[in-house]
Structure formats: structure tokens, C-alpha cells
Design a protein. Sequence first.
Length: 400
Amino acid sequence: MKTRTTILSLLVGTFLLFSMSSAWAAEVRGVTDTEVKIALLVDFSGPGKFAGPPISMGVKTYVDYVNAQGPIHGRKIKLIIEDNGILPNTTLAAAKKVIFKDEIFAIGFNLGSSGSSAIIPLCEENKVVLMPHGANKRFYSPGNKWVFVPYSTQYNMASRAVDYILSQNRKARMGIIYQDDDFGRDGLNGARDAAKFHGTKLVKAAPYKMGTIDMSPQVRMMKEANVDYILCWTYIPQTASILKETKMMGWDVTLIGNNTTAYRLMFPIAKQLAEGYLAVTPFAPWEDVSPKVKDIIRKYSDFPVVDKAPFPAPMFLASWVYFAAMIEGIKNAGRNLTPETLIKGIESINQLKMDGMCPDMSFGPKRHVGYFSSRVLRADTKNMRFHEVAPIADPKAPQD
């Protein structure tokens, strides 16, 4: 009788435990016993729509690869993709849609710094971990409990650009042309702070409004300031316009830009003018990506060409890296997956290996950025590719 009672008690206990587990899972938005919903917010219709297809393809590839390896603590990743239009108001609408209608657990990638700023209060209020792309320094310093940045920010890359310039010419006169928004101003601040750290300064700063294509006024300002280097915190169309203007002036000045210009699309737009153009990015040139990564892409994506350099390669890899950090955090969180355990899971990431695509990532309770480092690439128009001219390194100026 005692044995029968013991068995009955164990069965009842197991049933209650299972019931509690199921009830708990139902209470965590975006999490069930068998899946966890992660959102990708990316632009398909706004000013950044060129980035939508490669980013979404990169995330799909990585998620399919992860799911093929088997469930994570019994759960597979369900990817929810939403067009955010990249602007603050459209990004806010997209975030509300995925949180309240699709009931996602976390946002593994949001394209656009201004849009990310707009949705941080919403994420904080609804306990949604957010990983912003195009992130600014303030996203990690002072930072926010719910925000993680698995990527060098524009501040970090601009700091690295100044280091490189001064390593080539200690007395270089530096100017910057920058987009007058969160993206461009973060580059401006990084360059200014790095120059001050080195005991020098930017001799000229020339802003422009988003959407401006004619860069002739800004280039004239740089020419009048007699700069040796122009830092371009611009996108590809504006960078091409700057290259065109300097060529028309017959002005031999060196341009160094940011990660958004460090890929193949630069060549059909800027053509021969791109020769010698420098760009700072955490990512390896596509041709240097490891065979392991390319094998995964062959198997799990619809990429038409893997061995040659497709123009969206950096965007493709960036989205992959973001979701690698998010999924590693989910693994570290264990079976009891909640917003709070996810935060602890990401904060416990230490030297997450990225197979040479970019620096390995580490986070911590007081460090919500994966790394500060980046490399410098040089454009080769003959072969339509970028070559590394300075290896991965942290900026010399303090980044915290």
C-alpha cells in the first residue's frame, strides 16, 4: 500500500510539474514548449531598402542552419520578418506589430539607429531584448538593460579611422563629411574624440541632410580647409558623389569611410573613382570568409553565388552575427527562458567564435557591446573587391 501511494504521489507530482511548465511557457510572450519567436526588423520600402534582401537572407540562412542542428532546450527558432521602413515612425509601427500581434519574444536585429532609438522605450516597457544595427555609442554607454550591440558602432569605427590616418601621417589634416542624423553624428563624435586623444583635431566638419546627393558644397569646404584626409560618414551614393567632386577638382585627397560603403555595390556606382578608397569595418572581405561559413551558406541559402563576392555580403554577414549572439544567449538561458534569463544568457557570452567573419564576441553585466574593434579595407576596382590594409584592432582612444 505504501509503495502504491508513493508511486501515485510521484505521478501526481510529475503531472503538476508538467502542468506548471506548460502554464509558465504560455505566460512568456513568444515562447512555447517547442518554439521561440524572434523578430527581424529590416527595411524593404524606405531609404535603406537595398539592405532588406541580403539581411533577411542572412538571418534565414543562419536560423535554418541552427534549427537543422536540433532544438535548443526543446525549442526551435521561429523567425518573424517585418518591414520597418528604417525611419523612426515606421520602425515604431513595425515594433508594435511584432510585439502585440505576432507576440515575439525578442528582436534579434533592427536596422537603423534612429528607429532603434524610437523603439527602446517600447521594448523596455514590454520586456523585449533589442539588438540594434547601425547602433550608436549611447546604446551601450550609458546603455540600457534591454539593449545589446553585437557590432562595432559608428563611434568605434570612426575612432579606428583616425588611428589609421595618424599611423600613416602623424600631421595629417583631417576633415569629415557626415550625415546629420544619429548615424553621422556618432561618427563625428568618434572622430573628434579620437583626434583629441591623439593631441590633434578635425579641421573641418561638413554635415548634410539625409537624401542629399550633391556633395559639391561639402567637398568645397574640405578643399578650402586644405585637408589631407576626408572621413566620409556617408552612404554609398553620397560617397560616390564626393569621389566625383574631388576628381573634377583634380584634387588628390584620400577618402576613408564607414562599414556601409565597404562592399561590392561601391564599384558599379563609383566605378573607377573608387580605386584606393578606404573603409573601416569589422567584417572580413567576402573573398576571405572561411570555407566553413561558405559551406553553410551553400547548404542553407539561395545565394546565387558563394565563391565570388556578391554585393550584399557585409549586410548578409552582419545579420548572421546578430542572430548568433541572440541564439547563444538563448542557449545560455537554459530551459527556463524568460526575458530576464535571456539578458543573463547574453551577458554570459565570452569569446563567441565567429570563424574570422568579424571579431569574436564577449558581453557582460556592464558591457552590452560585443566588441569595439574593426579593420581597414582598400578598394580594388580592377578586381571589384576590397583588400585588408590594416588588421582587426581596438581603437586607441577609450570607447566606454
